[in-house]
Design a protein around this ligand. Structure first.
Ligand code: PBG
Length: 330
C-alpha cells in the first residue's frame, strides 16, 4: 500500500500530530554543564568560546545557583592551574586544598543536591600539558600515571565529588580507581569513564580555556587518545571500563561521533554520556555570532541529535542556555 494511501506528510501536517509522534524529547535532566574555575577573582572570558568564562569559586557558586534553578542535574569542573603550580610530577592534582578540591567542597556545602563531577587527568597540572607522567623520551607512562590518577580521584572523592570522570585514557585506570575508592570507603562515588575519547582537533578551545595549549605546544595525544578512524576499538575500551567498574561511559567528541554513540548504546545498554566539546561549541557560536545560523534552532537540534543517537545525557557548554530556552518554551 503506497501513495496515495500512505502519505507520511499527514502526520507532519499539524503541530498536535507532530508532537504526538515525536520520539526524542530533550529536557534539562539530560544536561551537564562544564565549568572552568580559576584562582583569580571574578570572571575572565575564554577568547575562543564566546559566552564562556573562567570563574572564581564565588562566581562558580552563582553559576551553580542558576544551574540548580534551571534543574540542570550536574556540573563538571575543570580547574585552571596557575603556571607556577604546574610540575613534571603533577602533585598539585591531589592536594587537599587544591583549587578543584576547594571548589568541590564549596559547591557541595551550598548546593548539596547539585551533582558535582570532577575531571581525573593530569593535563592541567603538568608543565608539558600531557594527561600523564612522561619518561625521558616524552612518552606518557601508563602505570606510573595510573598511580597518580588514583591519588587525584581519591582526593576528589574525599572533598565530596559525586562523580569522578577519568578523561586520561590510560589502560587499567578505572579498575585501580574503583578498587581504591572501595577500600577507602567511598562506595557511593560514581565513575564516569571517558571510555571512547578520541585524539580530536576539536579540543583546541578547551586547551586555551584551561591554559594547557601553550604547555602542549606542538605535542599531541596520539599515544593514548583514540584514532578518529576507529570504531571497534571504542567498543573494546567501553567493555574494559564497564568490566573494571565504570558506572557510566562517555563518547567524546559528540557530533562527529554519533555512530559510536549508537553502537555503544546498542552493544552495552549502559548509562551513556556524550561530550559536545569546546570545538563544537566554538563552531556553532562562531556561525551564530556571524548571523549564519539560528541560535536556538541549531543548538537544540544538535543536542536532540546526540540524545537520539543514544546518549542519556550531554555535557555541553550550552547547558544553561538550552535549559533556559526549554523553560521559556514551557
Ligand atoms: C583533559 C580534557 C580535555 C577535555 C576534557 N578533559 C582536553 C584534552 O584531552 O586535551 C576536552 C573538552 C573540550 O574540548 O570541551 N583530559
Amino acid at each position: 500500500m503506497s501513495y496515495p494511501y500512505t502519505r507520511p506528510r499527514r502526520m507532519r501536517r499539524d503541530d498536535f500530530s507532530r508532537r504526538l509522534m515525536r520520539e526524542t524529547v530533550l529536557t534539562a535532566n539530560d544536561l551537564i554543564y562544564p565549568v572552568f574555575v580559576h584562582e583569580l577573582d571574578g570572571r575572565a572570558p575564554v577568547g575562543s568560546m564566546p559566552g564562556i568564562e573562567r570563574l572564581s569559586i564565588d562566581e562558580l557558586l552563582r553559576v551553580a545557583e542558576r544551574a540548580s534553578e534551571l534543574r540542570v542535574p550536574a556540573l563538571a569542573l575543570f580547574p585552571v592551574t596557575a603556571p607556577e603550580a604546574k610540575s613534571l610530577t603533577a602533585e598539585a592534582a591531589w592536594q587537599d586544598d587544591g583549587l578543584c578540591q576547594r571548589a568541590v567542597r564549596a559547591l557541595k556545602q551550598r548546593f548539596p543536591d547539585l551533582g558535582v563531577i570532577t575531571d581525573v587527568a593530569l593535563d592541567p597540572y603538568t608543565t608539558h600539558g600531557q594527561d600523564g607522567l612522561i619518561d625521558d623520551s616524552g612518552y606518557v607512562m601508563n602505570d606510573e600515571t595510573v598511580e597518580a590518577l588514583v591519588k587525584q580521584a581519591l582526593s576528589h572523592a574525599a572533598a565530596g565529588a559525586d562523580v569522578v570522570a577519568p578523561s586520561d585514557m590510560m589502560d587499567g585506570r578505572i579498575g585501580q580507581i574503583r578498587a581504591e575508592l572501595e577500600s577507602q570507603g567511598h562506595i557511593h562515588t560514581r565513575i564516569l569513564a571517558y571510555s571512547a575519547k578520541y585524539a580530536s582537533s576539536f579540543y583546541g578551545p578547551f586547551r586555551d580555556a584551561v591554559g594547557s595549549a601553550g604547555a602542549l605546544g606542538k605535542g599531541n595525544k596520539y599515544t593514548y587518545q583514540m584514532d578518529p578512524a576507529n570504531s571497534d576499538e571504542a567498543m573494546r575500551e567501553i567493555a574494559l571500563d564497564l568490566d573494571e567498574g565504570a558506572d557510566m561511559i562517555m563518547v567524546k567528541p559528540g557530533m562527529p561521533y554519533l555512530d559510536i554513540v549508537r553502537r555503544a548504546k546498542d552493544e552495552f545498554g549502559a548509562p551513556t554520556f556524550v561530550y559536545q566539546v569546546s570545538g563544537e561549541y566554538a563552531m556553532l557560536r562562531a556561525a551564530i555570532g556571524n548571523g549564519w545560523l539560528d541560535e536556538r534552532g541549531c543548538v537544540m537540534e544538535a543536542l536532540t541529535s546526540i540524545k537520539r543517537a543514544g546518549a542519556d545525557g550531554v555535557l555541553t557548554y550550552f547547558a544553561l542556555d538550552a535549559a533556559q530556552w526549554m523553560r521559556e518554551a514551557g
